[in-house]
Design a protein around this ligand. Structure first.
Ligand SMILES: [Fe+2]
Ligand SMILES: [Fe+2]
Length: 165
């Protein structure tokens, strides 16, 4: 994979991460539960870190960061970041997991391709692997929220039971 192709791929991830920031901030504002709202705000800030590190990779490769619109649209079937009414937390988290899983899958595919030129792209591979792990952690947290009502294993939030019923 040459630099030009890699910049194209990275711009897709850059757009995804930027969309994720907007999406999670919108969710954070929409949910009532304070703990989940704070958690989503924190996830948004981690996604912002991803957008920043991918932006640096693109610039480092001599490319220009560009936003491709609506990268999540084909996955969710609706525009992200536009939450008009009070969301159902559990189904929102399930959709979030779908988007995170797609990101993990795409990160892994790119990592696999770059592993063939390991010496050349060592730093890129490392950054993408860390981002992938973060996406997995997000999914785990989202999943735990969907399961909390049936199987509460730690006191996630005093308000959570009320929200999920
Ligand atoms: Fe991310
Ligand atoms: Fe994520």
């Amino acid at each position: 994979m040459d630099e030009k192709d890699l910049v194209l791929r990275l711009n897709w991830f850059f757009s995804l991460e930027i969309t994720q920031v907007e999406n999670y901030l919108a969710q954070s504002r929409a949910v009532k539960d304070e703990y989940i709202s704070k958690g989503l705000e924190r996830v948004a800030s981690i996604e912002e870190g991803h957008a920043d590190n991918i932006r640096s990779l693109i610039i480092g490769l001599g490319g220009k960061p560009k936003i491709i619109s609506d990268v999540i649209f084909p996955i969710l079937g609706s525009a992200a970041g536009k939450i008009l009414s009070l969301p159902n937390v559990s189904s929102m988290m399930k959709k979030n997991i779908m988007v995170e899983a797609k990101a993990v899958q795409d990160y892994q595919e790119l990592i696999n391709k770059l592993e063939k030129h390991k010496e050349k792209y060592l730093h890129v591979i490392q950054t993408l692997k860390y981002n992938l792990i973060d996406e997995d952690l997000h999914s785990s947290w989202f999943y735990q929220i969907t399961q909390h009502h049936n199987n509460p294993c730690w006191p996630l939030s005093p308000q959570l039971n009320k929200i999920l019923t």
